[in-house]
Design a protein around this ligand. Structure first.
Ligand code: NI
Length: 174
């Protein structure tokens, strides 16, 4: 397993639509393991492959707390097949948009169809925090980010700030 670098806004790759996985094999499982390790190290509770610059439709998530046993989910080619009518409003952040948060409204629960890490098809209901994380990560597979749900004014401000931060980091690296 190895740590991968997480790309951040405004990297144009984050806008790319990821391609479906055609075969669940050891190479894919190695990618999933790298993603999980990278997510734990960040630390974060969800990560889509595109965030480590791999445009494939896979994501990992784990919302267990530090004092709990780890409880990772691996979702391949996930597809939301039911959204609840009930909505929920919650603060959201993203490893690719460091240090920025916004209140985002999303369906409170969803049903997702996906392949697990053995290539077996699963269908599962997610609610509360997992529902939020799985919707956020599936958005990444379609090139979307949580800042797409806020006003253009606020979004532009965040993107400008991150662009400036990156320029500063690059000049320090020289
Ligand atoms: Ni994210």
């Amino acid at each position: 397993m190895s740590l991968r670098q997480i790309i951040t806004v405004p990297d144009p790759l984050l806008r790319k639509i990821s391609a479906p996985v055609e075969r669940v094999d050891d190479e894919l499982r190695a990618l999933l393991d790298d993603m999980l390790e990278t997510m734990y190290d960040a630390p974060g509770i969800g990560l889509a492959a595109i965030q480590i610059a791999v445009p494939r439709r896979v994501l990992v998530m784990d919302i267990s707390r530090d004092d709990e046993e780890k409880d990772p989910f691996f979702l391949i080619n996930p597809e939301i097949i039911r959204f609840s009518e009930e909505m929920s409003l919650h603060d959201e952040g993203c490893l690719s948009i460091p240090e920025h948060y916004a209140e985002i409204e999303r369906p409170a629960s969803v049903t997702v169809r996906y392949l697990d890490r053995n290539g077996k098809q699963q269908e599962r209901d997610f609610d509360e925090l997992l529902a939020r994380v799985v919707q956020h990560e599936i958005d990444h597979l379609d090139g979307k980010q949580f800042i797409d749900y806020i006003s253009k004014l606020k979004r532009d401000r965040i993107v400008r700030k991150l662009t400036k931060d990156r320029k500063r980091a690059e000049s320090v690296a020289l």
